[in-house]
Each structure stands twice: as C-alpha cells, then as structure tokens.
Write a protein that binds this ligand. Sequence first.
Ligand code: DAH
Length: 354
Amino acid sequence: MESIKDLIREARAEIQKAPTDRALGDTEVKWLGRKGRLTEILRNLKNLSERERKAQGAEANRARIELEALIRDRRIELRSAAAKTELARERIDVTLPGRALRHGRMHPLTRALDEIRGIFEQLGFSAIDGPEIETEWYNFDALNIPADHPARDMWDTFWLRSNQNLKSKNEKGKSGQKLLLRTHTSPVQVRYMEKHAPPYRIIVPGKVYRYEATDASHDVEFHQVEGLMVDRDISVAHFKHVIRHFFERYFGAKKLSVVLRPSFFPFTEPSFEVMVNCIQCDAKRCAVCKRTGWLEVAGAGMVHPNVFKNAGLNPKGLQGFAFGFGVERLAMLKYKIPDIRLFHSSDPRFLKQF
Ligand code: DAH
C-alpha cells in the first residue's frame, strides 16, 4: 500500500514537470505502458493473497485512473502553451507598411509608339506594317531615288548578301534584286498604294536601320513613323493642320507653331523640314533647341507624281502629303532623354522612370 502511494507521488511530480508533449509521452509509457511501473504492479496482483489483492487492486486501479487524468490534463496544458508560443512567433503586424512588389513597365518606346498610333487613329489614319528586309526597288527606286542619284548618300545602307530563300519572297518577282535593311519606312507608302485604291490615310510605325557610327543622337537601329494622306485635293494646309494637331497632343502643348522650311527629298515636291517651337524653353532658348527656339521634328512634302506612277497609279487628279519622323527623337524631346543608346541599354535605372 505504502509503495503504491510513493509511486503515485513520484509519477505525479514527473507528470507536472514534463516540459514537452513528447517528454510527457515518455512519462506515460514509463508508468502506464505495457512494461510500465504501475502496469507491472497491476499484473503482479494475481500473485497476492485474495485479501491483499482486493486492497492493492482497488488502490492500483484508482492510481491508474488518477495518473491517466493527470496526463490528459498536462497534455492539454502543454499543447495549448505550445500553440500560444507558435502563434506569438508567427504574429504578423498588419499595421506595418507592405513591401512594394517590383512590377514590369512598358518600355518608353512602346509607350511613345502607342501614343502616336492613338493620336493618328483618332484622326482616321490606319497603322500599316511593312517588311524590315526590303528590296532596293521599294527602298530607293520606287521612291524616285535611282541608283546613280546623289540623294542615296542620305541613307547609309546595310546591304544584305543575296540569299536564295529571301529572293523567292520578293513579291514583285524581281529575282536577283538586291536586298537591304530598310533605311526608312517610306517604302511602305508604295507597297500600300500598289494594293489599295485611293484615298489614303495611313501611318507606318516601324523599325529602320542605318549603317553609321553611333553617338548620343544616332543609332544603327531606330524607329520611324511614316504618314501618307492622299485624295483628290489634299493640300499643304491639311498637312499643317494634321501635323500641328499631332505635335500639340504628343507633347501636351496648348499651342505650337509649325513652320515649314524648304528641303529636299526625291519622293516629295515640294519638300519641307517641319519645325515646331521648342517645347522646353518656349522660345527663351535652351540646350534642347540649341538656343534657336525651334525644333526640327519631321521631314515631309507633297507626294511626287513619280511615286504614284511607281505604285501603278495615274498621278492625274491625285494629290497628298507624306511625312516621316524619328520616334526615339520625339521621345527624347518629350522626356529629356540625353542619349538615344539608353533605349536599348536594358538599364533598369533608366527603364523604371517610365
Ligand atoms: N524617309 C525620310 C527619312 O528617312 C523621311 C521623310 C521625309 C519621309 C519626307 C517622308 C517625307 O514621307 O515626305 O529621312
């Protein structure tokens, strides 16, 4: 009897002190398991006299019930303490400011091209595509620039080594034609007019290539937007209105002056350089306009009759304007970007500003 009381005291103390659920499991096995100390006593009851067995048996059973209850309580205690610690450790302070996610952005050139396309589309112009690998015919001859014409020097050209595969794609079937990377988007004027009847109101945004040394304002690869509007009586006045409207919207300027300066392009007659007053300094003269108060923003002119003829049209009664400008240059002016090469530098410090 005495020894069971001692045993219970010892077991109670051990249960109360068990530091973890796991340690408690060990204690449980030690006392109540198949080879546990109390189990042993219960098993040995059969060796006792009937009187002793009755007394000890009752005692030992009470002890087992008590220990089981103690273990159950201690287990609940330990588990809820562990859960509390866990919760405290995983506590999230929802009042802390979040960590900003880095998200992708549109490339400034894509943005510029989208904006430009949007403005012209609202004026009823459709955006048209053309090939970047072009034939000598479309890039030069069809635009009234014959092989021996000095104007060809205006476009430093990447000529391509002729390739059977590419030759067979030549739509005009002029096999043996020299191929090049288009130096401007103007050839698409002719390609479009060949396939569609007038009137025309299109723009051609696209990539062009020039074989020249790079510097802050020149790159071998850049983008142009070509424009073409032709009907029976489209005049320079229409052109001035369209181009002024476009630049006012693109630069977000309330009122821009447009001045046409005489120039020369073989595919237009007359030809002009388009000047707008400087968006940066409002004619007070800054570095952007090189202290002139004016920016040169496009080449343009009235479509030359030979270009209509080369597209298979009768130039009689057809009249319209064409223009072309560099997209990088416009974006540089708008966002004060100092070097054209930044556009394909992939430098996140540059790109994340847009
Ligand atoms: N294609 C010319 C260039 O790349 C730009 C240009 C000038 C386009 C006059 C035109 C135009 O359509 O009429 O320099």
